[in-house]
Design a protein around this ligand. Sequence first.
Ligand code: NAG
Ligand code: NAG
Ligand code: NAG
Ligand code: NAG
Ligand code: NAG
Ligand code: NAG
Length: 339
Amino acid sequence: MPLEILFFGAGAIGAFYASRVALNSDTNVSVICRSNYAEVAKNGFRISSSQYSNYQWRPTRTFKSVQDAHSSGVKWDFVVVCTKALPDLSDDSKLIEPLIRPETAIVLIQNGLGVEPPYAQRYPQSSILSAVTIASCAQVSDGHIKHNRWTRINVGPYFSDSTSSSAKDKATAQNQTFVDLMLKGGEIKDAVADTHEKLQLVRWHKIAINASMNPSAVLAGGATNEEMSNDSELYTHLKGVMDEVLTTAPKVIGQPFPSSFASPEAILRSTQKNKSGSKPSMLLDWEAGKPMELEVILGNPIRLARVKGYEMPRMQTLYALLKMMQKQREAKKENRSKL
Ligand SMILES: *[C@@H]1O[C@H](CO)[C@@H](O)[C@H](O)[C@H]1NC(C)=O
Ligand SMILES: *[C@@H]1O[C@H](CO)[C@@H](O)[C@H](O)[C@H]1NC(C)=O
Ligand SMILES: *[C@@H]1O[C@H](CO)[C@@H](O)[C@H](O)[C@H]1NC(C)=O
Ligand SMILES: *[C@@H]1O[C@H](CO)[C@@H](O)[C@H](O)[C@H]1NC(C)=O
Ligand SMILES: *[C@@H]1O[C@H](CO)[C@@H](O)[C@H](O)[C@H]1NC(C)=O
Ligand SMILES: CC(=O)N[C@H]1CO[C@H](CO)[C@@H](O)[C@@H]1O
């Protein structure tokens, strides 16, 4: 029997990894699409990549909703969630409920912190695998995915305080299977399997970069990372946020960062020389009038630290200001729509 794998969220990152996992001979890889459904159902995906060259991929099945995926009657072994995490707007853990059996492993390929607990609470019998990627991909038109660079994905089982040891064993075995699907058939050479603690440290380290650069770019009126890190007052601010996150995380997780992880000085030094000029995702969202990922980048880290008795005042300031900025904008939109 082939493994039945379903990707929920087939945007750039989801479609890219789905197309790699599908190269294993013993998998059936299906997708749930949103806006790109019509094109993908008709023609599948086209992936352009300098590393893997260009190829076509047609999912085993293409669905336009969770309900359709449920009605198919397929028993899913893995449900891979690749949506953008906006916990203040939608609880994606509830959306996938019809698809999850106790045997189903749920893989979360989502950036940010605190994305796992809603799934762990709702599906105590399922394994939760937590994944972070640095791959850079874009959907240039419906169904056409451009893989720009990088493939690294870190995967590890997620354990809550109440995870039993037999559940941990099951999650560890499913973690092995999933990483192997990426590594072997998928030729993702830097698919890395981590422990629960290591994976959380990877998440916190990413947050140190995103939580300093992203919100500051919005508050600094759209300055690029290069411009901000070259400004002496902003340099002090960015380093202050990173230091705060990187000294708090080991206390929350109970393990130090591996010495191989880049320091704030090293990150800022490379940012000063980075001419790419591309804007952080939060700034793009703000400029497009879309909701920003405030909770997974700022709110959740602040709360995860707070329950352990630690405050992060610089983070808290960024969070409070941006949340109010977004609220004001939404209120103005409401008023305008009433006119
Ligand atoms: C963080 O930054 C990277 C690179 O700009 C981006 O791809 C990612 O989605 C951001 N968000 C989170 C929650 O980490
Ligand atoms: C996850 O799987 C990999 C192999 O694919 C293994 O090396 C690693 O130890 C596993 N991690 C945990 C925490 O089970
Ligand atoms: C930032 O500083 C680097 C050298 O440290 C320089 O090469 C670059 O042009 C500067 N960029 C801006 C936007 O000032
Ligand atoms: C340069 O900027 C791009 C786009 O924001 C980012 O993806 C990349 O990681 C940066 N490179 C370095 C060396 O910081
Ligand atoms: C929205 O409209 C109400 C009533 O007209 C007004 O009191 C409020 O200040 C407006 N809010 C914004 C953000 O414009
Ligand atoms: C619907 C579908 O295409 N199912 C396929 C799943 O994988 C097995 C084994 O590779 C195929 O035989 C099925 O046709």
